[in-house]
Design a binder for this molecule. Structure first.
Ligand code: HEC
Ligand code: HEC
Length: 270
């Protein structure tokens, strides 16, 4: 329960601030342990990363072009084996390389938030007992499988399918495996497709966003929202199948195992 710990620190630090405002109290919490691990910290870390680090390390920290900056999502760091080690590299850089670090002017908090963000990218531990590799699964998810086109994970990806950020808490590995093989088996009405056909034969199709007695709205493959009246000249039909293709043939058994390991590792971060 990290929030409890930070509240405790606040309780210790705040009175000190009032009693002895000239003492640099914040150094007491520095460089020992990451106290900035909330979801908000994670988001802040991600936005600083986007602003300052992606030119070399790539948009999602997966490594830049032509080896400018290494992949930071593998769960292993060459230069650091602890949070504190990461903190120091991010602050001080790696001497003699283009990795200059954010410097000592950056706030401690923002450096720790970057550590939190980097850690969030590679916490695959909960899938450790599964046959597949979560790390490889993550690459397939954004790469060959192109799953991110429809699915959001931790704020990145599309909205044409369910957000999978917490899937490991919601489904067991067998259920995840089954979803890849037979997406039509059990489609929640939330994900039904609606097809609307106009008087001149024009038609639109998309995920059903909402529907009431008089209207319905769909989101098409480009994520455009369109609203229709049920009583105009447009006809409509519901398609109760999934827009998700089956991956029984498009991916190998090993690739599916890797995806299952990756998806099962997705849980709420501390
Ligand atoms: C100008 C390019 C550049 C920028 C900008 C940059 N880095 Fe780096 N980074 C590198 C290079 C190159 C290395 C590899 C250095 C080495 O170990 O030889 C590296 C290494 C690292 C490492 C150590 C990786 C390991 O395996 O030990 C971390 C962590 C890191 N960078 C984080 C960041 C963060 C966070 C930011 C943004 C605040 C950032 N970098 C900005 C180029 C950059
Ligand atoms: C064209 C859009 C699209 C693509 C591409 C896609 N999906 Fe889906 N996915 C959906 C939709 C819509 C659903 C919800 C309906 C259903 O259950 O099939 C879904 C459901 C799922 C579920 C079940 C979620 C749950 O709550 O149980 C999993 C797991 C999943 N997708 C994983 C993947 C993976 C892995 C890939 C890539 C190999 C992928 N999807 C590619 C649209 C897509």
């Amino acid at each position: 329960m990290h929030w409890k710990r930070s509240t405790r620190w606040m309780a210790i630090l705040l009175p000190v601030l009032f009693v002895a405002p000239t003492v640099a109290v914040t150094t007491s919490a520095q460089e020992s342990e990451n106290l900035y691990t909330s979801r908000l910290d994670l988001r802040m870390g991600r936005s600083v990363f986007r602003a300052q680090c992606t030119t070399c390390h790539g948009l999602n920290a997966g490594g830049g072009n032509e080896g400018v900056g290494p992949d930071l999502t593998t769960g292993r760091f060459r230069r650091a084996d602890s949070d504190l080690g990461l903190y120091r590299i991010i602050r001080d850089g790696v001497p003699g390389t283009s990795m200059t670090g954010v410097g000592t002017d950056a706030s401690e908090q923002s450096v720790w938030q970057l550590v939190t963000y980097l850690r969030s990218l590679n916490d695959f531990s909960s899938a450790a007992d599964l046959p597949g590799s979560a790390e490889a699964g993550q690459r397939i998810f954004v790469g060959k499988g192109d799953c991110a086109q429809c699915h959001m994970v931790n704020g990145q990806g599309g909205r044409l399918g369910p957000n999978l950020s917490l899937l490991g808490e919601q489904r067991d590995p067998e259920t995840i495996q089954a979803a890849l093989l037979d997406p039509n088996a059990d489609v929640d009405p939330r994900w039904w497709t609606m097809r609307a056909t106009g008087p001149n034969g024009q038609s639109f199709e998309g995920v059903r966003m909402n529907e009431d007695t008089f209207t319905f709205r769909i989101m098409d493959a480009e994520e455009n929202l369109r609203a229709f009246s049920k009583y105009g000249d447009w006809s409509y039909e519901r398609v109760q199948t999934s827009t998700m293709p089956s991956y029984a043939d498009n991916l190998t058994v090993d690739e599916r195992e890797d995806l299952v390991a990756y998806l099962y590792s997705l849980r709420s971060k501390p």
